[in-house]
Design a protein around this ligand. Structure first.
Ligand SMILES: [Zn+2]
Length: 108
């Protein structure tokens, strides 16, 4: 129960960072450090990067959404699109990815 709720809380906190990465915006390590504990830092970064790569694609310097195929977007436009239209989907993807990574860590 405790793990489940912490996954959900962590996923929620990573939505905006993931949207930034999907928008090809630069994200400083400090932004991750503000939302996760140091022990979770590497998992949080890998998770956000994997989900950002999954939900967006870049072609000729333009950004497209992989969740609904809309685009092209500017960086700012993509960030707003992801956080407004796909917030719940992105959170679910982050939870799934976080759980898989936490399980992977546990079994080793
Ligand atoms: Zn979309």
């Amino acid at each position: 129960m405790k793990l489940l709720s912490s996954v959900s809380v962590t996923a929620e906190k990573l939505i905006e960072i993931t949207a930034k990465l999907a928008s090809r915006m630069h994200v400083e390590d400090e932004e991750f450090e503000k939302v996760v504990s140091l022990g979770m830092l590497e998992i949080a970064k890998a998770t956000a990067t994997a989900v950002a790569t999954h939900i967006s694609r870049e072609a000729n310097g333009l950004i497209y959404c992989n969740l609904c195929s809309k685009g092209p977007f500017t960086k700012k436009g993509m960030f707003l699109h992801i956080t407004r239209v796909h917030r719940d989907e992105v959170k679910a993807l982050l939870e799934e990815e976080l759980r898989a990574r936490l399980k992977g860590l546990k079994s080793t």
